[in-house]
Design a protein around this ligand. Structure first.
Ligand SMILES: Cc1cc2nc3c(=O)[nH]c(=O)nc-3n(C[C@H](O)[C@H](O)[C@H](O)COP(=O)(O)O)c2cc1C
Length: 394
């Protein structure tokens, strides 16, 4: 049966809908990873390696996903990870994701290469919007972005540290999708075969801007010139010296995204960082990277309760969120699931993705016999899932 947004049952259904909605080169951009996509698949497969041993005969009528993080209470223990260039999948996608998150009381991380400016995102009163930063080669740009974020009242800054070099995404290379964007007849044909997407793209004036970068590329710069400017600035080499400087400059919560190694996690604690997102960038940077779930366990074992350890990568079911929490995640983020939703059906589609995960999670909580996410731990898992050490360098 061909599912619609209304009848979609799972994130996999939303993925199929996104595939139908988008020209191939955009679906591949959203869905793909680097090289053999081992890291991407490993993220998803890691969850399937584990199994719950449920506890019954408990009253779980009142179970809920509410979670406290950095002093704020969210409705779910998961939020939306930063995803760049979302405005190309659907015009206005960043704000749609932000509003879907706000509507469901969960955090949204605006990408450092979003198509909505951080000022716009915040002027919509979206208090649970966090900002992700890709540090620039010209350090003054990153520092200015940090100051802009502080001015509009953003209080969580997420610095992505896992792109010391550009990545080799073979689907994009084969599709001729990248910057600078060159005309390519196959892509044109794909666009024509997806008239809904094409109409929205054209009605919105074509290629969207990387809004946050416009002030630095020159006010007269076209979207393509801004994109080319971003390419001259990123990826930049980010080191602990930069983190020290960001820490001095930024009074809000400072979070590092992309930490995988326990020693880096320990160093983050030493640098006064407030939180870590364990992530292999959804398998989009280092193909032979460990899965985020495996790295999470080692990082949590290394830092104990010194700071919140969050994770993203491979979460496609509410049960995956529960598993990550069992293994010590303080919070979980999803990238592709809500992007599939927004590509397929705008804000409604993103909300659908959140609702699917929330509903599945609630069922798992009740099924394993807990009422609060804080009660999830490895005692609910098959013994073979439990050893916490020896997985990665400790
Ligand atoms: C299309 C796409 C764009 C992304 N853009 C960014 C980005 O701009 N900044 C960033 O830190 N991570 C980015 N990521 C990585 C996500 O934040 C997140 O780490 C990853 O998607 C998690 O894996 P999942 O998609 O399996 O949930 C992107 C991921 C995707 C799929």
């Amino acid at each position: 049966m061909r599912r619609s947004l209304e009848t979609a049952l799972s994130i996999a259904d939303l993925r199929s809908l996104a595939r139908r909605t988008l020209p191939r080169f955009l679906y591949d951009y959203l869905d793909g990873g680097v090289e053999d996509e081992t890291g991407l698949n490993r993220n998803v497969d890691a969850f399937a390696q584990h199994a719950f041993v449920p506890r019954y005969l408990r009253d779980v009528e009142e179970a809920r996903g509410t979670t406290k993080l950095f002093g704020r209470t969210y409705e779910q223990p998961f939020g939306i990870a930063p995803t760049g260039f979302a405005g190309l999948l659907r015009p206005g996608a960043d704000l749609m994701l932000a509003r879907a998150a706000a509507g469901r009381g969960i955090p949204f991380i605006l990408s450092g290469v979003s198509n909505t400016s951080l000022e716009d995102a915040c002027h919509h009163g979206l208090r649970q919007t966090w900002l992700q930063l890709y540090p620039s080669k010209d350090k003054s740009i990153a520092l200015d972005v940090i100051d802009r974020a502080a001015r509009v009242g953003i209080d969580h800054l997420v610095v992505t540290v896992d792109i010391p070099v550009g990545s080799k995404r073979e689907r994009d290379l084969r599709n001729g999708f990248g910057l600078p964007w060159k005309h390519n007849s196959r892509a044109t044909m794909e666009a024509l075969l997806h008239p809904g997407w094409l109409l929205r793209f054209l009605n919105n004036g074509g290629l969207p801007f990387f809004e946050d970068w416009r002030p630095y590329a020159g006010r007269q710069a076209s979207p393509m010139q801004v994109a080319n400017f971003v390419r001259t600035q990123s990826p930049a080499q980010v080191t602990w010296t930069d983190i020290k400087e960001f820490r001095r400059r930024w009074g809000g919560k400072l979070i590092l995204k992309g930490i995988m190694h326990p020693d880096d996690a320990r160093q983050a604690v030493g640098h006064g960082v407030d939180g870590i997102i364990v992530s292999n960038h959804g398998g989009r940077q280092l193909d032979r990277a460990a899965s985020s779930l495996t790295a999470l366990r080692a990082v949590r074992a290394a830092v104990g309760s010194a700071l919140p350890v969050m994770m993203d990568g491979g979460v496609r079911r509410g049960a995956d969120v529960a598993l990550a929490l069992c293994f010590g995640a303080s919070f979980v983020f999803v990238g592709r699931p809500t992007l599939y939703g927004v590509a397929a059906g705008g804000k409604k589609g993103a909300t659908k993705a959140i609702d699917i995960l929330a509903d599945e999670l609630l069922r798992v909580l009740r099924q394993v016999g807990v009422r609060e996410v804080g009660e999830l731990d490895t005692s609910l898992l098959l013994a073979s899932s439990r050893p916490e050490v020896g997985l990665l360098p400790s």
